[in-house]
Ligand binder design. Structure first.
Ligand code: GLU
Length: 488
């Protein structure tokens, strides 16, 4: 690529950053990195009616958490700022005046009531809706009179009639529209604010954007943008419209099915690098079997040629699987602070335990967890004796025979010196052999006594970590529990 690549992610602060937006940001980021280009963040906030308080902060936070730090944008001036459109109103005004001057745009003084009525009539007559171009050919005198009387107006682009508007989408190939289906679109609203189309095109040009990578819901806007570039006499950037993301049942993503915000995924116990990797595969693939890919591998392999035009499926189970893979491979130290926060959130008091102890818990749990939240939700017995026992497991394991076996285990444990996993293992094996039973007969009731549940990390590792006194006390408690049930 000859000129240096400049791409932008251009969210509107109308809500949280969801999966679709994050995927667009991420593809822009990967494309920029792949070509040693620049990744720009631009905030498109000119539709004041749709502005949501706090959305902007959440967009910044979400992008940063995912590792999508922008090279240029708010708080990172690169000479093309400001990067927040509401701070650029004078620029749009200046450029709309250029179009008025060159005759490519005109002032439309029609009242909103007239436009509404027009639409209603068109609907009734089953005609395509659109502006009837009434103000397109007003005389200079008419215009001057309206302006003198202060009639509010919008600025509209003169869409040429009978034209084929063709552009090449880097993912879908050549796309053709007839200009006759396009309305004379509004560029500047009566409140002086630009429309999305105007601000988007002016900024993409002034910010030297070389490639526009955005969701395919914007594809119908592109022919309008092409005509706007033409009216200005500018060369349009390259376009690539990313495939829609659907839920596994083929429907639209809903809040319940994947359309949660990036921050919801954080709260749900996902790691940013896992979500990053997963999002990268929504519509793109490296062309081989690889799924777990490091950032560097993703950057090296990313290309628009490998983005599929077919819809992508948001499979949350796959995301969970991928998160589990990342979790298992992650250094426990790096998980400590997040786990501490989650324990605190769940009112599990870990304050009496050293960081070393907490790290050992994380190390044991992370390899069998899919989310960070699994680590904290399933580790309560490392911090307190179980208050109850899993009912199903207890019905099976807590027999009178087991009470006897647990007593034998406890006697043997009391006599041990150092309490290491390997020593405990030898002890269990010896006991099982001497009693002519499988070690499972000892392990299952012991696990239930110690943890209250029937699944978890290796029993001997749990025992070593919890320590001899706690283990013996827990087994005693279980024996008492079994005996009390029996006597009822
Ligand atoms: N502001 C638009 C959005 O909210 C940007 C569309 C585009 O990238 O051109 O997605």
């Amino acid at each position: 690529m000859a000129e240096s690549v400049r791409v932008r992610f251009a969210p509107s602060p109308t809500g949280y950053l969801h999966v679709g937006g994050a995927r667009s940001a991420l593809f822009n980021y990967l494309f920029a990195r792949r070509h040693n280009g620049t990744f720009i963040l631009r905030i498109e906030d000119t539709d004041q009616t749709r502005f949501v308080e706090g959305a902007l902060q959440e967009i910044y936070e979400s992008l940063k958490w995912l590792g999508l730090q922008w090279d240029e944008g708010p708080q990172a001036d690169g000479g093309c700022g400001p990067y927040i459109q509401s701070q650029r109103l004078h620029i749009y005004k200046e450029y709309s005046e250029k179009l008025l001057g060159s005759g490519h745009a005109y002032r439309c003084f029609c009242t909103p009531e007239r436009i509404t009525q027009l639409r209603a009539e068109q609907e009734k007559a089953k005609q395509p809706s659109g502006y009837d171009k009434k103000c397109r050919n007003l005389s200079d005198d008419e215009i001057a009179a309206h302006l003198a009387s202060g009639t509010p107006f919008v600025v509209r682009l003169k869409i040429p009639s009978g034209r084929k508007v063709v552009f090449t989408d880097k993912i879908r190939g050549a796309i053709e529209y007839s200009s006759d289906v396009l309305d004379d679109l509004v560029l500047i609203k009566s409140d002086g604010y630009p429309t999305y189309h105007m601000a988007n095109v002016v900024d993409d040009h002034l910010m030297n954007i070389t490639h526009v990578l955005r969701g395919d819901e914007w594809i119908a806007s592109t022919p309008r943008h092409v005509l706007l570039y033409e009216a200005f006499g500018w060369t349009p950037p390259e376009f690539a419209h990313l495939p829609i993301i659907l839920s596994p049942d083929g429907g639209k993503l809903s809040k319940r099915k994947g359309a949660a915000s990036v921050m919801d995924f954080k709260r749900g116990g996902f790691l940013p690098e896992a979500l990053f990797n997963f999002l990268a595969l929504l519509g793109w693939s490296p062309g081989d079997e690889r799924e777990k890919m490091s950032l560097k591998e993703l950057i090296d392999a990313f290309s628009l040629e490998k983005v599929s035009p077919k819809s992508a499926v948001f499979d949350e189970q796959k995301l969970e699987w991928m998160n589990g893979v990342y979790l298992a491979g992650k250094n426990s130290d790096a998980l400590l602070d997040d786990c501490k926060d989650l324990w605190a959130e769940r009112k599990i008091d870990v304050s009496g335990f050293s960081d070393d102890y907490l790290l050992s818990v994380i190390t044991l749990m992370k390899v069998r967890s899919r989310r960070l939240t699994d680590i904290v939700d399933n580790s309560f017995y490392f911090f307190a004796d179980p208050l109850s026992y899993d009912e199903k497991a207890a019905a099976k394991q807590f027999t009178s025979d087991a009470a006897f076996v647990l007593g034998v285990i406890n006697d043997a444990l009391a006599g041990t010196g150092s309490f290491t996993a390997s020593e405990i293992e030898t002890l269990f094996k010896t006991l099982a052999e001497s009693r002519g039973v499988s070690t499972g007969k000892l392990i299952h009731p012991a696990r239930l006594s110690i943890s209250g549940v029937s699944a978890g990390p290796g029993l001997y590792e749990i025992m070593e970590l919890i320590g001899k006194d706690s283990v013996i006390r827990r087994i005693e408690n279980a024996i008492t529990h079994i005996r009390s049930k029996e006597s009822k």
